[in-house]
Design a protein around this ligand. Structure first.
Ligand code: GRF
Length: 216
């Protein structure tokens, strides 16, 4: 499996970035984080990038106004570091999808999309809404990004139970633990060339049968 050059887009705590780095250090991610792009100057995720010596590009959404200029600045950084795959990791801005990046940008959302997604649905708000709806299961969704919030083709989903005495915090923690498993899995499938975009569906191709030469 080839080693991907990964661009990670953040706006916050960087827990997802930290998870990628942990999984990569364990040799379980066929990818290296080549650049981190942050939409905020003052978030803890930026320090994680610095601590690991990863190039950090800040495109502050409060300074670079307008979605065109903002998207352009993000792509400039991704191009400079020759990124193969872009992973949004707690990134709270929308970007335009440049045609050559279609099917190369992933995001993760802490619910079973299309439920509990869309503009303004992030963080604790999602889990609060899940509990208010009386859901018995929740989960997370990895998807390719298109121009609409949380609406791109779904790559992988995973469920977690909603327990009787859950609070938004306890549910969030259970969902996030599952995210830490699911997002690297999606990256591995991408690296293995096993994700095929067919309209709005993503087909996960079976693993190629491997023939061991010594057995021939
Ligand atoms: C998670 O809820 C994830 O689903 C969403 O952002 C949150 C993680 O952000 N995309 P961070 O990695 O803690 O900054």
């Amino acid at each position: 499996m080839r080693e991907l050059r990964l661009g990670v887009l953040i706006s916050g705590t960087g827990r997802t970035l930290a998870n990628f780095l942990r999984v990569a250090a364990a040799g379980e991610l066929p990818a290296e984080v080549s650049v981190v792009v942050s939409s905020r100057r003052d978030v803890p995720g930026n320090q994680i990038a610095r601590d690991h010596g990863i190039p950090l590009v800040i495109v502050d959404a409060r300074e670079v106004r307008g979605i065109e200029a903002f998207s352009e600045a993000v792509y400039r950084a991704l191009d400079e570091y020759r990124v193969d795959l872009v992973t949004m990791a707690g990134f709270l801005r929308r970007i335009l999808i440049r045609p050559d990046y279609r099917g190369r940008i992933m995001n993760i959302h802490p619910s079973l999309l299309p439920l509990f997604g869309g503009k303004g649905m992030y963080g604790e708000r999602v889990h609060r809404a899940v509990l208010a709806a009386g859901m018995k299961v929740s989960g997370c969704t990895v998807h390719f990004v298109n121009e609409e919030y949380d609406a791109g083709p779904i790559i992988l989903q995973s469920c977690v139970p909603v327990l009787e005495d859950d609070t938004p915090e306890t549910l969030a923690a259970r969902v996030f633990a599952e995210e830490c498993r699911l997002y690297p899995e999606a990256i591995r499938l991408y690296a293995a060339g096993r994700l095929r975009l067919e309209g709005n569906r993503v087909r996960v191709l079976p693993e190629q049968a491997r023939t061991c030469l010594s057995e021939l």
